[in-house]
Structure formats: structure tokens, C-alpha cells
Design a protein around this ligand. Structure first.
Ligand SMILES: *Cc1c(COP(=O)(O)O)cnc(C)c1O
Length: 403
């Protein structure tokens, strides 16, 4: 692979980078935003020029649509910067980023370590597709320490997979310690960093390959699915890029264009949503109906100390656990009574969402009992006072519910 010739942007502030990266602007006398370039076939005037183009760095020559075009490469550059990596591969969804990254490193006979709190479809991929391929998975307690993790490593263990905080249950993992244990035994460390976004810099904490569902805050408007796999060295880049190409991974340039539009406002949206999320979390934590709030940035919440040590901020996705005297059906009545919160999967858009957790998660080595019925909340860009008034309505329905 040719050398990375891009200038070092890392000393410039994140908001500046998000405003300026990935658009040629005055250099090409072009529009502010890179126009959408759609296409499969790329034409060349002569065979020699086409052959020469194939030898250039992948993002400096267009050869065929599936290899990506200007919109893909612009988004890839920006995401690599957000994550503090060097190269990024855009794929069709967050789940495709998970599966492509795993397939880049695993083969028949290998052993994989997945946290018990992992995103549900990642578990599905391991239990079905990877199992069929002859890859064995061991689920581990996401809160395991370095020694406990080391005891699970076998001679054929190839990948340690991390996701912090855990989907739905928000356990913060000790990423530096677990990565250290894994690297000492020659494992690759893969991490789903969708919640952490730029607030967690995976490559500073021992991660080799970082996965993002761009579908969430990067796109930010609940209208596009995209995934990203980011790496920090040439060897991992070759592994990830070749897996993506061999699998025929592709994303629409229109979707990349929309994601780049999302990038421009990412930092301000995230800051506003972080503040609103914390305000709502604090309000809920003080309510008598609530047993605990699963928000790593809330002092006293599970994982808060690790969050303080390793993260520079939070997003606006967290859980609330009601007291055990309330039933699961009562928690559904709470969700149903909300008028401003949509009931649906995914998160990271501008709109608030609520989703019951209890009964919808799978655990095989740790307990799924959070002490009471739980609901996952995503806080959008609405006025906090209106959201809190809505949640009051929900709590009234919770209290009124009798089985
Ligand atoms: C949503 C999500 C994904 C998958 O993203 P899609 O684009 O919906 O496929 C992966 N990991 C986590 C943690 C997620 O929340």
C-alpha cells in the first residue's frame, strides 16, 4: 500500500475538522458539498490509462463502483478522524461492519470471545453463521477483569470482541486492561464503539479494529443505514479492506452523502443531546418509581468510574430500571403513555425513543435481571421540559397499571 499522504489534522479541534474534512471546496472550484457521484462502470480512454489507474492508491483512482467513489472516500476520511484511526471502510449497515470485521480475522477452528452484553444481532451472527463455519464463541461477563479474561483465552482464541457500554444494559468495560490481556496472548481486539463515538478513542486504549453503526448519531436523522470499520495500521487495513471487497460490501453514494451532511452537525447535536440526556437521567434517578438509572455518565451509576477515566463525554442513550413492585406490563404502560417518545429500534436520531428492555435481551453467562423492569431511552433534540412532562405522564401510567 502507498503511504498515507493526507496532512495531519489531529491537532485541529473536532468541530473544525467536522466542518472542513471531506470536501474539496475551493481546490476544485466546486460546491461547498461534494456532489453525489453515482456509478458502476468507470470509463478510461485507453487500456494503458485504465491499467495505470488500477495501480494508484485506491482512493485516488476510480476503477469500478464497488471499490468506492469520492463520496465513500470523503466519509471514510472523516470517520477515521472521528475515531482517531488512519483508515476506514464504509459498509452497508452497522451490522455489516460487525460481520465484515469478524470475518476479516476468523477462520474455521478459531475461538471468539464475545461480551454477554453484546448487541443482539452480533450474538445471532456468532451463534448461527460463525458456528456453521466452525468458529466457537465463548460469552464472557462484560465486567470481567484482566485475570478472569486471561483464563478464558485458549490456544485457538483469535479475537477479543468488546462493546462498551453494553447494548441495553450499559456495562462499561475496562478496555485498556482487557486489551492488554488479549494482546499479550496475540489476539486481535475488535470493538463496537457506536455509543462512544468520538468520546472514546479506541486506538489509545489498545483496540485494533473499531466498528461504528453510522446509522446512529453520525447520520443523525433516522433515515440512512451505514456502518464503518476503522483501523490504525496498514496490516489491519489490508485485512479489513480485502474482507470487505471479497464479500462485495458496498454502500450507496447517496447514503454516504447524507452521512457526510450528518457529520457537519454531529458535534453540536451530540453535545445538546448529551446535556438533555443527563438532565432527563438525573430527573429519573430522583423519582420514587425508579430503582436505578443505567447512564454511565451519571455519578454513582454502574461503570461511572471507568467512564470518567476513559471517556470524554456521553451520548444520550441510557436505561431506566423501575422498582420491582412494578411489573413488566406496567413498564409497557409507561412506554405506551409517552407521546413524544417513539416506540422503535435504533437510536442516535434527532427524535426521542423508548423501548422495553426486559424480555428482549439474551444472556447466557450473566443474569438478565436488572432488579426490576427496564426501559431504554434515547433522548433527542426536543425541549427537555417537554420530555420530562411526557415522562411524568408515563410514570402516572406506570403507577396506575394493575395486573
Ligand atoms: C444499531 C447498532 C448496530 C447495528 O447498526 P445497523 O446500522 O442498525 O445495522 C451495531 N452495534 C450497536 C451497538 C448498535 O446499537
Amino acid at each position: 500500500m502507498p503511504d498515507d499522504t493526507r496532512p495531519p489534522h489531529r491537532q485541529i479541534g473536532l468541530r473544525t475538522r467536522l466542518s472542513h474534512l471531506g470536501r474539496p471546496g475551493t481546490k476544485t472550484h466546486g460546491f461547498v458539498n461534494l456532489p453525489v457521484a453515482r456509478g458502476s462502470t468507470v470509463l478510461y480512454p485507453t487500456c494503458a490509462e485504465r491499467a495505470a489507474a488500477g495501480k494508484k492508491r485506491y482512493d485516488q483512482a476510480l476503477v469500478y463502483g464497488v471499490l468506492g467513489g469520492p463520496n465513500h472516500h470523503a466519509l471514510e476520511d472523516v470517520v477515521a478522524q472521528i475515531e482517531g484511526g488512519t483508515r476506514c471502510q464504509i459498509v452497508s449497515s452497522g451490522l455489516a461492519a460487525v460481520t465484515t470485521a469478524l470475518l476479516a480475522y476468523l477462520k474455521s477452528g478459531d475461538h471468539l470471545l464475545l461480551p454477554d452484553s453484546v448487541y443482539g444481532p452480533t450474538r445471532g451472527f456468532a451463534d448461527h453463521f460463525l458456528a456453521r463455519m466452525g468458529v466457537e464463541t465463548t460469552y464472557y461477563d462484560p465486567c470481567v477483569d484482566e485475570t478472569g479474561l486471561a483464563a478464558l483465552i485458549r490456544p485457538n482464541t483469535r479475537v477479543l470482541y468488546l462493546e462498551s457500554p453494553g447494548s441495553h444494559t450499559f456495562e462499561i468495560q475496562d478496555v485498556p486492561a482487557l486489551s492488554r490481556a488479549a494482546r499479550a496472548r496475540g489476539l486481535k481486539v475488535l470493538m463496537d464503539n457506536t455509543w462512544g463515538l468520538h468520546h472514546f478513542q479506541p486506538f489509545r486504549h489498545g483496540v485494533d479494529v473499531s466498528i461504528q453503526a453510522l446509522t446512529k448519531y453520525v447520520v443523525g436523522h433516522s433515515d440512512v443505514l451505514l456502518g464503518a470499520i476503522t483501523v490504525a495500521c496498514e496490516e489491519d487495513w489490508r485485512a479489513v479492506r480485502s474482507a470487505a471487497l471479497q464479500l462485495g460490501q458496498y454502500a450507496s453514494p447517496d447514503d454516504c452523502w447524507l452521512a457526510l451532511r450528518g457529520v457537519r452537525t454531529l458535534a453540536v447535536r451530540l453535545a445538546a443531546q448529551e446535556a438533555s440526556g443527563l438532565a432527563v437521567a438525573r430527573w429519573l434517578a430522583a423519582r420514587p418509581e425508579v430503582l436505578r438509572v443505567l447512564h454511565p455518565a451519571l455519578p454513582g451509576a454502574p461503570g461511572h468510574d471507568l467512564w470518567r477515566r476513559d471517556f470524554t463525554g456521553a451520548c444520550s442513550l441510557f436505561g431506566v430500571v423501575f422498582r420491582p413492585e412494578y411489573s413488566v406490563a406496567a413498564s409497557h404502560a409507561f412506554v405506551d403513555a409517552l407521546e413524544l417518545f417513539g416506540i422503535g429500534a435504533s437510536w442516535g436520531g434527532y427524535e426521542s425513543l423508548a423501548l422495553p428492555t426486559t424480555g428482549f435481551i439474551t444472556r447466557t453467562v450473566t443474569s438478565e435481571d436488572l432488579g426490576g423492569p427496564a426501559v431504554r431511552l434515547h433522548i433527542g433534540l426536543e425541549d427537555v421540559d417537554d420530555l420530562i412532562a411526557d415522562l411524568e405522564r408515563g410514570l402516572a401510567a406506570l403507577r396506575a397499571h394493575r395486573d
